[in-house]
Write a protein that binds this ligand. Structure first.
Ligand code: AMP
Ligand code: MN
Ligand code: MN
Length: 326
């Protein structure tokens, strides 16, 4: 099944000329790394490739090879032969890149979110893959698509970030085998890791200090949360990307099973990020109750309401699952 699906994707890639490679709003390393890896491989084949993300390239990932190829979408909609959505569970999380495509002959959907409903003409969703970058690596290898050092480095960024540096339980022997092949293809692990994990702006640590000051523990310490108001974000002049990964400081605490981060957004909405340390506590199911999605151990949602309203609703839903009397 894998091979015939890869063959189908391969034909779509090789037989067409104009491409748009897209991924979700508020991109992470898997989104941007996957986009650039596939775009660079297609460029090696001489294709005409647009690499669009609603948020453009983030400062944090601007070190990756080919970063300059990635831009915000064109303001005048364009026609392409093939549009590829990567790492995007719900089509509307493509944001403004979706409307920037006037027409595409073929939509390809490659993802690892179990909640992906399978939109598009050619669909490859593997919820067992820890990162979309891992699926792309397998596709590239299986179908003999170009794999340069630059492409390998983008795939490494995608996989390293989505596995929490090869630590989350979705990391398998295959993930390490594949990482070894990427290193053989020229990835400088020390340099990439330093760029990814030891190169944060100082304001991120200042943000962490403020977030920890709001930390709350419930259910006998099994649920931990902190929150960021619009006011505080303005005061600290933080960028949305600055808070990526900070929730791990809550998850890292002994006894914590569910970690939650509430980030107030404009227009009376709150972005909720949730992490679980137990396969028995499915945070995706909780987030789906609020129109969100994700994976069993990492999920999110955007919920209408003030910070206080959303906190109380979400905490209620978590307590329904784990029981908070103790
Ligand atoms: P985050 O907490 O933003 O890092 O997201 C964790 C996981 O949940 C990712 O796999 C996201 O794709 C998914 N996710 C986050 N926000 C949403 C949302 N609003 N709708 C659906 N899935 C989401
Ligand atoms: Mn992602
Ligand atoms: Mn991903």
């Amino acid at each position: 099944m894998t091979n015939s699906k890869f063959e189908e994707i391969n034909r779509a890639l090789r037989q067409h000329q104009r491409f748009a490679i897209l991924s979700h709003v508020r991109p992470d390393g898997d989104a941007l790394g996957s986009q650039l890896a596939l775009a660079l491989s297609l460029r090696e084949l001489g294709k005409d490739v647009r690499v669009w993300n609603e948020d453009g390239m983030l400062e944090k990932y601007s070190f990756v090879p080919g970063a300059k190829l990635l831009s915000k979408p064109a303001s005048v909609p364009e026609d392409v032969d093939v549009a590829v959505a990567l790492d995007t569970a719900i089509q509307n999380r493509l944001g403004t890149t979706l409307t920037a495509i006037r027409s595409a002959k073929i939509w390809v959907n490659i993802d690892h979110h179990p909640s992906n409903p399978g939109y598009g003409d050619i669909v490859y969703v593997d919820p067992t893959a820890p990162a979309t970058g891992q699926i792309l690596f397998d596709l590239i290898k299986n179908q003999n698509l170009p794999l340069t050092r630059e492409i390998a480095e983008n795939l490494y960024v995608a996989i390293s970030t989505d596995t929490g540096s090869f630590q989350y339980p979705n990391t398998t022997a295959h993930t390490f085998e594949l990482a070894a092949q990427l290193v053989s293809a020229g990835v400088d692990v020390g340099r990439v890791s330093q760029q990814l994990y030891e190169n944060y702006p100082r304001r991120r640590s200042e943000l962490l200090r403020e977030l920890l000051a709001t930390a709350h523990f419930e259910a006998g310490g099994r649920v931990a949360s902190f929150s960021l108001s619009l006011n505080l974000a303005r005061q600290l002049e933080v960028l949305p990307e600055d808070n990526e990964g900070l929730i791990d400081h809550l998850r890292a605490i002994r006894g914590v099973v569910v970690a939650v981060f509430f980030e107030q957004l404009a227009e009376n909405k709150v972005r909720v990020s949730m992490r679980s340390k137990s396969e028995h506590v499915d945070v995706r199911a909780i987030c789906e109750r609020f129109g969100g999605g994700g994976h069993v151990l990492a999920a999110g949602a955007r919920v209408r309401g003030t910070l206080e309203e959303v906190k109380s609703k979400i905490m209620g839903a978590i307590c329904d699952v784990i029981g908070c009397e103790s």
